[in-house]
Design a protein around this ligand. Structure first.
Ligand code: MF3
Ligand code: CO
Length: 249
């Protein structure tokens, strides 16, 4: 069942989303060569707590981190560690989720460390564009497949692939609610979108095949072919008009 949110609930989700956005913006500003992914986590926890929210990932199905940080070929669910030092030219995706007064916000960005290659920059731009295309398709009266197809076709028409094993999701009182929102699909298929539905849309994109595997830590998802991956995510609400981005400043 897809839970529709009332205006009161959307207000709380907007506040949760804002805390996520503030956290991501602060982390993006602090990214530079020489810092560790554990430092990013430490800053994130500090900022989230200061806003009276809780990092939602910690302990989720046993996940050991408070946020996810992925470098280069890592796609999602990278666990922050002291020994993981960022280097000039790396690309880093940061995924942050919080609970605020019972409601979730979830978003991710990918940023470069210092100077990055053109190839890395294009990948980041295409992934960001794919998310934007998905959000533009998330309109009342459209179907879920229209959102999935918008994301897939944006990436594929530019010569990239989406990662198919992981999906976006409904979000609200739970981090993961129905429905799953795949980053590929067929237009005009799936449930009809209604105002009050809230989704976390999160394309993961690579120039490689898009096939992934999980490392021995049981969490870190990497591209099988070693190609760079990028990940952008926003929590959005379907309205009478354009979808509202809840994870914004
Ligand atoms: N944005 C990811 C998701 O929606 C982050 C989850 S990390 C986890 O699934 F550790 F909490 F699973
Ligand atoms: Co998510």
């Amino acid at each position: 069942m897809i839970v529709l949110k009332s205006p009161r609930e959307l207000k709380l989700m907007r506040e949760a989303g804002r805390i996520v956005a503030i956290t991501l913006a602060a982390l993006a500003e602090r990214i530079k060569p020489g810092i560790s992914t554990a430092q990013l986590e430490g800053w994130a926890v500090e900022i989230i707590r200061k806003h009276k929210a809780i990092p939602s990932f910690k302990g989720y199905r046993g996940y050991p981190g408070a946020i996810c940080v992925c470098v280069n070929r890592e796609v999602v669910h990278g666990i922050p560690r002291k020994g993981r030092i960022l280097r000039e030219g790396d690309i880093v995706s940061i995924d942050v989720g919080v609970i605020y007064r019972g409601y979730h916000g979830d978003a991710a960005i990918t940023v470069g460390v210092g100077e990055i290659s053109d190839e890395a920059r294009w990948l980041i731009e295409v992934t960001k564009g794919a998310l934007k295309a998905g959000i533009a398709a998330a309109r009342a009266g459209n179907r879920l497949g229209d959102v999935s197809w918008a994301i897939q076709s944006y990436a594929e028409s530019r010569g990239y692939n989406v990662v198919r094993e992981y999906t976006g999701h409904g979000i609200g009182r739970q981090m993961h609610e129905e429905p799953q929102v795949p980053n590929f699909g067929q237009p005009h298929k799936g449930v009809v979108l209604k105002p009050g539905m809230t989704f976390a849309l999160e394309p993961m994109v690579t120039k490689g095949s898009g096939e992934v595997k999980v490392l021995k830590d049981g969490w870190t998802v990497v591209t099988k072919d070693g190609a760079l991956a990028a990940h952008f995510e926003h929590t959005v609400a379907v309205t009478d008009g354009e979808a509202e981005i809840l994870t914004k400043l």
